[in-house]
Design a protein. Structure first.
Length: 175
Protein backbone atom coordinates (compact mmCIF):
# COMPACT_ATOMS: atom_id res chain seq x y z
CA UNK A 1 0.00 0.00 0.00
CA UNK A 2 1.48 3.32 -1.07
CA UNK A 3 1.75 6.13 1.46
CA UNK A 4 0.58 9.62 0.65
CA UNK A 5 2.69 12.69 1.42
CA UNK A 6 0.99 13.40 4.76
CA UNK A 7 1.54 9.85 5.98
CA UNK A 8 5.19 10.03 4.98
CA UNK A 9 5.62 13.34 6.81
CA UNK A 10 4.01 11.84 9.91
CA UNK A 11 6.35 8.84 9.84
CA UNK A 12 9.41 11.04 9.38
CA UNK A 13 8.30 13.33 12.23
CA UNK A 14 7.64 10.38 14.56
CA UNK A 15 10.97 8.66 13.87
CA UNK A 16 12.84 11.96 14.03
CA UNK A 17 11.27 12.76 17.40
CA UNK A 18 12.26 9.37 18.78
CA UNK A 19 15.78 9.59 17.32
CA UNK A 20 16.37 13.04 18.78
CA UNK A 21 15.80 11.74 22.30
CA UNK A 22 17.30 8.24 21.86
CA UNK A 23 20.53 7.16 23.54
CA UNK A 24 21.64 4.61 20.94
CA UNK A 25 20.42 3.02 17.72
CA UNK A 26 20.78 -0.31 15.95
CA UNK A 27 19.73 -1.10 12.38
CA UNK A 28 19.36 -4.75 11.42
CA UNK A 29 18.36 -6.51 8.24
CA UNK A 30 15.30 -8.67 8.86
CA UNK A 31 15.01 -10.42 5.48
CA UNK A 32 13.56 -13.92 5.98
CA UNK A 33 11.81 -13.34 9.32
CA UNK A 34 8.14 -14.29 9.53
CA UNK A 35 5.41 -12.00 10.78
CA UNK A 36 5.17 -14.02 14.01
CA UNK A 37 8.90 -13.65 14.62
CA UNK A 38 8.74 -9.90 14.01
CA UNK A 39 5.81 -9.68 16.44
CA UNK A 40 7.90 -11.43 19.09
CA UNK A 41 10.78 -9.03 18.41
CA UNK A 42 8.45 -6.03 18.72
CA UNK A 43 7.07 -7.36 22.01
CA UNK A 44 10.58 -7.83 23.42
CA UNK A 45 11.54 -4.33 22.30
CA UNK A 46 8.44 -2.80 23.88
CA UNK A 47 9.10 -4.61 27.17
CA UNK A 48 12.68 -3.27 27.28
CA UNK A 49 11.98 0.38 26.45
CA UNK A 50 13.14 0.14 22.84
CA UNK A 51 11.38 1.88 19.95
CA UNK A 52 11.35 -0.55 17.02
CA UNK A 53 10.17 0.46 13.56
CA UNK A 54 10.44 -0.72 9.98
CA UNK A 55 10.73 2.39 7.82
CA UNK A 56 11.47 2.94 4.16
CA UNK A 57 15.14 3.84 3.79
CA UNK A 58 14.46 7.19 2.12
CA UNK A 59 12.17 8.18 5.02
CA UNK A 60 14.66 6.91 7.59
CA UNK A 61 17.42 9.03 6.05
CA UNK A 62 15.22 12.12 6.36
CA UNK A 63 14.22 11.21 9.92
CA UNK A 64 17.78 10.91 11.25
CA UNK A 65 19.07 13.87 9.23
CA UNK A 66 19.31 16.39 12.10
CA UNK A 67 20.00 13.93 14.93
CA UNK A 68 23.16 12.37 16.28
CA UNK A 69 22.31 9.26 14.23
CA UNK A 70 22.83 11.04 10.90
CA UNK A 71 26.05 9.01 10.59
CA UNK A 72 23.88 5.93 9.94
CA UNK A 73 22.11 7.39 6.89
CA UNK A 74 24.65 6.12 4.34
CA UNK A 75 24.14 2.53 5.50
CA UNK A 76 20.37 2.49 5.06
CA UNK A 77 20.10 -0.09 2.29
CA UNK A 78 17.91 -3.14 2.07
CA UNK A 79 15.07 -4.07 4.41
CA UNK A 80 16.04 -2.65 7.80
CA UNK A 81 14.39 -2.50 11.19
CA UNK A 82 15.47 0.45 13.32
CA UNK A 83 15.77 0.06 17.08
CA UNK A 84 16.25 3.14 19.29
CA UNK A 85 17.10 2.87 23.00
CA UNK A 86 14.90 5.24 24.94
CA UNK A 87 15.90 4.66 28.59
CA UNK A 88 19.09 2.61 28.62
CA UNK A 89 21.94 2.95 26.08
CA UNK A 90 22.41 -0.79 25.76
CA UNK A 91 18.75 -1.82 25.59
CA UNK A 92 18.39 -1.86 21.79
CA UNK A 93 21.66 -3.75 21.39
CA UNK A 94 20.60 -6.34 23.99
CA UNK A 95 17.18 -6.88 22.39
CA UNK A 96 18.57 -7.24 18.85
CA UNK A 97 21.54 -9.37 19.96
CA UNK A 98 19.39 -11.73 22.04
CA UNK A 99 16.84 -12.11 19.27
CA UNK A 100 19.54 -12.67 16.64
CA UNK A 101 20.94 -15.61 18.66
CA UNK A 102 17.85 -17.66 17.86
CA UNK A 103 17.13 -16.18 14.44
CA UNK A 104 19.99 -16.15 11.96
CA UNK A 105 17.96 -14.08 9.49
CA UNK A 106 18.29 -10.98 11.71
CA UNK A 107 21.67 -9.48 10.79
CA UNK A 108 23.03 -6.35 12.48
CA UNK A 109 24.12 -3.78 9.88
CA UNK A 110 24.57 -0.50 11.78
CA UNK A 111 25.26 0.43 15.41
CA UNK A 112 25.48 4.00 16.68
CA UNK A 113 25.87 5.67 20.06
CA UNK A 114 26.76 9.24 20.89
CA UNK A 115 26.90 10.34 17.27
CA UNK A 116 29.50 7.73 16.36
CA UNK A 117 28.98 4.88 13.95
CA UNK A 118 30.37 1.64 15.35
CA UNK A 119 31.15 -1.62 13.62
CA UNK A 120 28.32 -4.20 13.68
CA UNK A 121 30.55 -6.45 15.78
CA UNK A 122 30.60 -3.76 18.51
CA UNK A 123 27.01 -4.64 19.36
CA UNK A 124 28.39 -7.01 22.00
CA UNK A 125 30.18 -4.17 23.81
CA UNK A 126 27.09 -1.98 23.64
CA UNK A 127 24.86 -4.80 24.87
CA UNK A 128 27.12 -5.35 27.87
CA UNK A 129 26.71 -1.77 29.11
CA UNK A 130 25.14 -1.82 32.57
CA UNK A 131 21.58 -0.63 33.04
CA UNK A 132 20.82 2.46 35.12
CA UNK A 133 20.09 0.39 38.23
CA UNK A 134 23.26 -1.67 37.79
CA UNK A 135 25.32 1.51 37.38
CA UNK A 136 23.87 3.02 40.55
CA UNK A 137 24.57 -0.15 42.54
CA UNK A 138 28.17 -0.27 41.26
CA UNK A 139 28.63 3.40 42.21
CA UNK A 140 27.19 2.82 45.66
CA UNK A 141 29.50 -0.16 46.21
CA UNK A 142 32.52 1.96 45.28
CA UNK A 143 31.37 4.79 47.55
CA UNK A 144 30.60 2.46 50.45
CA UNK A 145 33.92 0.55 50.40
CA UNK A 146 36.14 3.20 52.09
CA UNK A 147 33.58 3.77 54.86
CA UNK A 148 33.34 0.03 55.54
CA UNK A 149 37.12 -0.28 55.60
CA UNK A 150 37.39 2.62 58.06
CA UNK A 151 34.74 1.07 60.29
CA UNK A 152 36.54 -2.29 60.29
CA UNK A 153 39.86 -0.60 61.08
CA UNK A 154 38.34 1.41 63.93
CA UNK A 155 36.68 -1.71 65.32
CA UNK A 156 39.95 -3.63 65.16
CA UNK A 157 41.76 -1.35 67.66
CA UNK A 158 39.61 -2.22 70.71
CA UNK A 159 39.38 -5.84 69.53
CA UNK A 160 43.17 -6.12 69.45
CA UNK A 161 43.37 -4.51 72.91
CA UNK A 162 40.89 -7.04 74.31
CA UNK A 163 42.82 -9.94 72.77
CA UNK A 164 46.12 -8.59 74.17
CA UNK A 165 44.67 -8.21 77.69
CA UNK A 166 43.19 -11.72 77.44
CA UNK A 167 46.59 -13.10 76.37
CA UNK A 168 48.33 -11.37 79.29
CA UNK A 169 45.67 -12.72 81.70
CA UNK A 170 46.14 -16.25 80.32
CA UNK A 171 49.93 -15.91 80.62
CA UNK A 172 49.70 -14.78 84.28
CA UNK A 173 47.28 -17.61 85.12
CA UNK A 174 49.60 -20.15 83.51
CA UNK A 175 52.60 -18.89 85.51
Amino acid sequence: MALNLEQKKAIVAEVSDVASSALSAVAAEYRGLTVEQMTVLRREARNNGVYLRVVKNSLAKRAVEDTEFACMAEGFTGPLVLAFSQEDPGAAARVIKDFAKGHEQLVVKLVSIGGKLLQPTDIDALAKLPTYDQSISMLMAVMKAPVEKLARTMKEVPGKLVRTVAAIKDAKEAA
